[in-house]
Structures are given as C-alpha cells and as structure tokens.
Design a protein around this ligand. Structure first.
Ligand code: SF4
Length: 226
C-alpha cells in the first residue's frame, strides 16, 4: 500500500475524540476540498506491505483504536479492506475516515465508518454517493464540515431528509478550519464561529453533535502527524 505516515496520537474529530489512537494515513485523494488540511497526502508516501503496516501498528499500540485515514483510504480498497480485517482479527477497534464518495459496501461491518458528506463551500459538493446511505449502520458516524450558513442549512436539511440521527450513532457538525492556520490554538481559525453554529443547532433543535477538531487546539494548528 502507499502510506504517508503511521503514528500514535489522540483521535481528533469524531465521538472517539480524545482517545489514544494509531493512525494509518494512506496516500492519495481524488477530491480537492477547499479547506483540506491533508494536502501533503496527495502524493509521495512509501510502499508498505500489509505485514509491515500491521507490525508498525502493533509496535505503537498492542490494543485499542486504529484509524485508517488519508487522503482517501478507499482509493486503495483492494488492500485497505484486508488490512481492516487483519486489524479486527487482532482485536483492535477500527475506525475508517472516508470522504463519502467511494463505495462502502465492501468495508467489514465491524469497522466504524466515519463518513463525510461534502457541503457547498467544500468545492466538492454533490460527490456524496447516495447508495452509501443504505450501508450505514448504527455504529457509524456522519460528518459535515461547515464553513458558512449555506453549508449549515444543507447539512440540517440532509440530516432531516434522510433521518440520519436515527440511522447512525453520531451526526457531527464541525466548523471548517482555515488550512493556513498557524499560531494561536483557538477558534479564531474556524471559518464558521463555533458559538454561532451552537446557536443555530439549538434554535433548530437538532440532535447532532457539534464537533471540534481537538488536535487543532492541543497542538499548533499546522503541526503534522498529530
Ligand atoms: S476528501 Fe479529505 S483528503 Fe481529500 S481533499 Fe477532501 S479533506 Fe482533503
């Protein structure tokens, strides 16, 4: 597989946020989101066998959470699916972060899928694969990254239209972070003020989770590998 990095940190942007987690960050993405903070994954990386990846994950943590992410990890589905199966067999809790554009049918059911739905401001609006809705299970999570009111209204209406709250364990509304953010570790880097987002969620009585990318507040926002 083509791998950008494997490291241990804290999970940053799901209902598992704050827990120690090993990240397997795969190389390559077919989308180009305007606020993407992972452009360094688009190319490069190094070839690793499944055995080498498994050994590195075990070296970093013998148990617990492992997240397969990218880039878009399902671009390497032919090897990513066997990798997830191996990690499950070893007893890890496996998370998969995916853009929502790739088919999810072959992802093992025990894997917790954290699936994006791209909003208008992302530049990749309309890429969500609607057939993926049928594959979402109760343990999965759906995430909307929001940059403005139009994004919020899209996410709110999509959540209601598809009854997401009763389908998955968490529906996450997360303010987009400026990709050139550096310096202060505070919400001034958010494209949408979290306080404003909180107000909208409460006004509309949505049973969604406001998600903050906590690694941007713990470490310097431009730090990689955290
Ligand atoms: S899908 Fe993820 S990795 Fe790809 S461009 Fe969008 S934010 Fe970046």
């Amino acid at each position: 597989m083509q791998v950008t990095e494997i490291y241990r940190s804290l999970q940053g942007e799901s209902s598992y946020a704050g827990l120690p987690c090993v990240f397997v960050r795969l190389t390559g993405c077919n989308l180009r989101c305007t606020w993407c903070d992972s452009e360094y994954t688009f190319s490069g990386g190094r070839k690793m066998s499944l055995e080498e990846i498994e050994a590195e994950v075990r070296r970093l943590a013998p148990s617990g959470l492992v997240e397969i992410t990218g880039g878009e990890p399902l671009l390497q589905e032919g090897e990513a699916v066997p990798l997830m199966q191996r990690l499950l067999t070893l007893g890890y809790t496996v998370l998969l972060e995916t853009s929502g554009e790739r088919p999810l049918e072959r992802v093992p059911t025990e894997v917790i899928k954290i699936v994006d739905v791209k909003c208008p401001h992302s530049g990749e609006f309309g890429t969500f694969r609607e057939q993926n809705l049928a594959v979402l299970a109760a343990r999965d999570e759906v995430k909307f990254v929001l940059a403005d009111r139009a994004d919020y209204e899209f996410a709110r209406d999509f959540t209601r239209q598809h009854d997401l709250v009763s389908r998955v364990s968490s529906v996450i509304f997360s303010p987009a972070f400026r990709k050139d953010a550096h310096g202060a570790r505070d919400s001034s880097h958010c494209l949408l003020d979290p306080q404003q987002l909180a107000q909208w969620i409460l006004e509309d009585d949505l049973e969604v989770r406001l998600g903050m990318q906590i690694h941007k507040f713990i470490w310097e926002p431009s730090t990689k590998g955290v």
